[in-house]
Design a protein around this ligand. Structure first.
Ligand code: NAD
Length: 420
């Protein structure tokens, strides 16, 4: 059954994802039965995790692990700790991971996990008990050749270390390949921390070349100054671009002559906040419609909507954040000739280096930073041009093209296995 939506702006993230998957599969001529298989994860595990709090009370939290499809190989994707985690969101995110792995040709399907909780209000020991409890709850369905978790919103290398340790205890052997995003001493990969931002800068470069925008001197606005946004601002600043605007949850800074990125990085706190130090802020809404060549949403979803898409001045929109542009805004920008490098391509650098980490763990042989960055560069340049070429040949927008490229290998693997 197909997704029928009157107003795609108002439906949830899962229905929006299903709509693009359905359109992409139809455009490629696949049977309806394939869509029936891929419109939902193959497996969704819901778990209840009892958590002993420091004051002696017990809280029971809900967690999930979704595995979209494993026809290509084990599933892979992050675990988020956030009060807004829902079953629908985890499902949709596992599907986005499938698309990212397909575009970058990694031997994985998509997975995702989450726990409904607020880690900002929890102590360190509570977080450790929660991380270990989650692994105990999902241990039967995950593993280095089954489903490999990673960090996501509000989870980090310390949480990955606890989870790896718990899994290794359960299995009774050291299992670094169970999870990625680990600290270096536990088998993490050099370059993982900055990989998403580096990936964004690589695909931005390729898109800018296609559009004839020299990065040297290009005016760039970055919304969000956390892991993705701040490292990206640094990379493009060092490459000679002029970062004219940045923002965080508290507001935005804009200077047409360029901001002092090194100074801002130095003053930023661990939550990616810096603008509160400056009285001359503008709002995030205002920032998105300022003069620039390249606009990079790197904060939260639904920032470019039908309300502001007509006023965006950039010639190129590179989606470092997941889901920053609504369906109608995508149509408006495409109609205006503004190129969009969609999230599933632009922010794929993180999962590519996670894959490198897993390969290194399996080999027990660790690569240099140059090797990591060179391999990341090649994969993302090829991925960008594959998506761009498909969009030109099939006359579709970059988002639909990315989904077509991202789903093709999974569709073929499903057919070869004889599933549909
Ligand atoms: P982060 O938590 O490190 O930083 C988020 C930044 O956004 C902070 O500067 C915060 O102040 C700002 N922010 C929060 N609410 C805002 C608002 N309403 N308006 C403007 N700014 C706001 O997060 P991150 O890891 O940098 O992730 C940012 C986006 O990139 C998310 O959509 C995430 O899913 C996506 N992403 C990140 C990675 C990664 O490896 N970090 C990988 C893929 C996708």
């Amino acid at each position: 059954m197909s997704v029928k939506v009157e107003n795609v702006e108002n439906v949830d993230v899962l229905a929006r994802t299903q709509l693009v998957i359905e359109t992409a599969l139809k455009k490629m001529g696949y049977a309806e039965s394939l869509y029936e298989l891929l419109k939902e994860p193959l497996r969704l595990l819901t778990v209840r995790i009892p958590l002993k709090m420091d004051d002696g009370s017990v809280k029971v939290l809900t967690g999930y692990r979704a595995q979209h499809n494993d026809a290509v190989g084990p599933t892979k994707g992050g675990v988020r700790f956030h009060p807004d985690v829902t079953e629908e969101e985890v499902k949709a995110l596992s599907m986005w991971m499938s698309i990212k792995c397909g575009i970058t040709n990694l031997p994985y399907g998509g997975g995702k996990g989450g726990i409904q909780c607020d880690p900002r209000s929890m102590s360190f020991p509570e977080l450790e008990r929660l991380s270990r409890g989650y692994v105990r709850a999902i241990s039967q369905v995950v593993g280095p050749t089954k489903d490999i978790p990673a960090p996501d919103v509000f989870t980090n290398s310390q949480i990955m270390a606890w989870m790896m340790d718990e899994y290794s205890h359960i299995r009774e052997f050291d299992s670094p390949g169970f999870i990625t995003g680990k600290p270096l001493v536990l088998g993490g990969s050099i370059g993982r921390e900055t990989s998403t931002a580096l990936g964004v800068s690589i695909v931005m470069n390729e898109a800018a070349k296609v559009l004839g925008i020299p990065i040297q001197g290009a005016k760039i606005i970055v919304q969000g100054f956390g892991n993705a946004g701040s490292y990206l601002a640094k990379f493009v600043h060092d490459a000679g671009a002029k970062v004219v605007g940045i923002s965080d949850a508290g507001g935005a800074l804009y200077d047409p002559n360029g901001l002092d990125i090194d100074y801002l990085l130095d003053r930023r706190d661990s939550f990616g906040t810096v603008t509160n130090l400056f009285p001359n802020r503008i709002t995030n809404k205002e920032l998105l419609i300022q003069e620039c060549d390249i606009l990079v949403p790197a904060a939260i979803e639904n920032q470019i909507t039908e309300e502001n898409a007509w006023q965006v001045k950039a010639k190129l929109l590179v989606e470092a954040a997941n889901g920053p542009t609504t369906t109608i805004a995508t149509e408006i920008l495409t109609q205006r000739g503004i190129m969009i490098v969609p999230d599933v391509l632009a922010s794929a650098g993180g999962v590519v280096v996670s894959y490198f980490e897993w390969v290194q763990n399996n080999q027990g042989y660790y690569w240099t930073e140059e090797e990591v960055n060179e391999r990341l560069h090649k994969i993302l340049v090829d991925s960008f041009h594959n998506v761009y070429r498909t969009s030109q040949e099939k006359n579709v927008d970059m988002r639909l093209s990315a989904y077509m490229v991202g789903l093709k290998r999974m569709a073929e693997a499903v057919k070869w296995r004889g599933w549909v």
